[in-house]
Design a protein around this ligand. Structure first.
Ligand SMILES: Nc1ncnc2c1ncn2[C@@H]1O[C@H](COP(=O)(O)OP(=O)(O)OP(=O)(O)O)[C@@H](O)[C@H]1O
Length: 264
């Protein structure tokens, strides 16, 4: 299986404090790879470094040390054109769809704009066709296109954000708690949609969450982060059924359904 994105001993250190400077190793020598067409689930409690890691992948933050490679090329060494392509091919889906859509624009105009920025589609008509195809793929009706973001539901909003990402023909979706603000039934439908899209389009996912149960459902491989370090990495079956690290057992044990192995 081909690796699309690879992290090699990636670290990020922050210095902060008013009275005394403290150094925090928010991410500490983390290495893992995303395989083409598969889902890598990254789990850990608040403050373990998930957001810092995703900010480094999206190039918002630079690693203090280590390398992030996209299709075997170091993303830190990309020139302007390569950066633009990278930002198109690695799309991020955040938990709050409203914050991801421009409130002052009709949805149609937002979608057309994003395609124009990336020079996708041959003219407006072709872009409209592509938008209709992507809308169908995410299970949304055409009439939503004339609305503004505040006129749609949270679940529709998240589908639209996924639709916008698909228009850019991505390779990787970085899913940062994409369902945590939705009702349970809507959550399930978005998770099903993501799984169907992966099968249909061969997309690669990095799914970041604090919910290990959810990862047991969607991931092929699971990585467990604690205080900046990746303490356990394995296939879904290994991590969910025979975890090795005590912290993974602790995370699993917090779900009452879990009956595997001894109590932590
Ligand atoms: N810009 C910064 N300056 C100083 N410390 C930071 C900065 N950003 C993050 N940190 C610290 O780094 C650690 C990891 O933070 P991060 O936001 O990556 O965690 P997280 O796992 O995403 O948490 P959550 O699930 O609550 O969002 C925390 O201790 C945080 O306080």
């Amino acid at each position: 299986m081909r690796n699309v994105l690879e992290l090699e001993k990636v670290s990020r250190v922050f210095s902060s404090g008013v009275f005394r400077t403290r150094t925090i190793r928010a991410v500490d020598e983390v290495s893992f790879a995303l395989e083409k067409g598969r889902t890598f689930g990254l789990v850990g409690n608040s403050g373990c470094g998930k957001t810092t890691l995703s900010r480094m992948i999206t190039r918002v933050l630079r690693p203090t040390s280590g390398r992030i490679c996209f299709e075997e090329r170091d993303v830190a060494a990309f020139d302007r054109r390569q950066r633009k392509t990278y930002h198109r091919r690695v799309q991020v889906i955040f938990q709050n769809p409203e914050g991801s859509l421009d409130p002052s624009m009709r949805i149609m105009d937002s979608l057309l704009e994003v395609m124009a920025i990336h020079h996708l589609g041959a003219g407006k008509e072709d872009r409209m066709d592509k938008i209709q195809t992507a809308l169908r793929q995410v299970g949304l009706p055409d009439y939503l296109l004339s609305r503004y973001p505040h006129q749609i539901s949270g679940g529709e909003g998240q589908r639209l954000v996924i639709c916008r990402a698909l228009l850019l023909e991505p390779e990787v979706l970085l899913l940062d708690e994409p369902t945590s603000m939705l009702d349970v039934s809507v959550q399930a439908s978005i998770m099903n949609l993501l799984r169907d899209l992966q099968q249909e389009l061969g997309l690669t996912y990095l799914y970041i969450t604090h919910d290990i149960e959810l990862l047991g459902w969607i991931s092929h491989t699971i990585g467990v982060m604690q205080r900046g370090r990746l303490v356990e990495v394995g296939s879904r079956e290994q991590v969910m059924e025979a975890p090795v690290h005590p912290y993974t057992k602790e995370l699993l044990y917090s779900y009452t359904h879990w009956e595997g192995g001894a109590q932590p």
